[in-house]
Write a protein of this length. Sequence first.
Length: 343
Amino acid sequence: MNKLIDQLDQKLLQSLEKPYPVGLTQGKMGICIYFYHLSRIEKEDKYKMIAGQLLDDILENLSPELPISVENGLAGIALGITHLIKAGFVEGDVNELLEDFDNIIFKRLAFLRDHTSHPKSELLHLLFYLSVRLSAQTDENGRYIFQELIIKTLNNFVSGITDDFFDESYSFSVYHYHVPLLACIFSRLLKQDFYNERIYKILEELELKILFRVPLLHANRLYLLCGILPLAPYMRNPHWKEYADLLRREISLPIIFEREMKNKHIFLSNGLSMVYLLLYCLEKNHPEYRIAYNPQDFYDRIVSSEAWDSLFRKGHFFNIHEGLLNGFPGVRLLLHHIQKQNA
């Protein structure tokens, strides 16, 4: 297995020699994070060198014309750099390093007049970025700027939101089901305690759209439970906790394993790797809602997946699945995590 993944790494490095996107989820920023972590796991300086070269290339070729999105633009690159600093891979003051990013994103969002010019999911991701940046501010002026930008972006996000935003997809995918992330971001904003009354009002308006729907997919129920639990303690209405309790009762891991996850569904974006992470985070952060699981079951299913053969033999499949979120790099890091937990 390790030999096969090493060969996939070589294919990935060859791909990077061609024009390649720079974003976080499926571009160079995500691959940079992958190789930094791989250098620590394998204790190999060559991976650290590759990661450093990728980071230099990203920063040297940044363009203000890039989109500002988290998925494939400037906000995602900024979040990636934030992670590298927190993980100890990169040294420096995060606010100084991200000043140029913040300026471009601020201008785009501050002068946004048409709330339909960005998809609601993109605005939601940008709210997450802004909440992360707000928490990193060390002076009142910086906090004020980000608070005002969050207020504007939040109101743009809420304006004209339609019922289909709250729908789940027919198959599990973090790209296509937005309610868990929405709940998580609202809990982050309430924790910052600067616009709470308006946020409570928004949540009251959205309660019926959230609390009166139980996802059909058990994997989506798990995903939503992990999003709701950080928010529930802030909510005055006890129905939020009752809803979390209901979700917990209605999650079946055998159904997720046998019905909802196809053989090739192993990736962080849509498969067993994300299900494992959700269960791990649930146990770590909300042990009273723990769902019993065996990490080895996940490991065995992932390593025996037909996806590995397809990655190696099918160029189209490899091209789709070479990013951090939607590809084998994220899965490799996840497998190491499981091995570490088992040890």
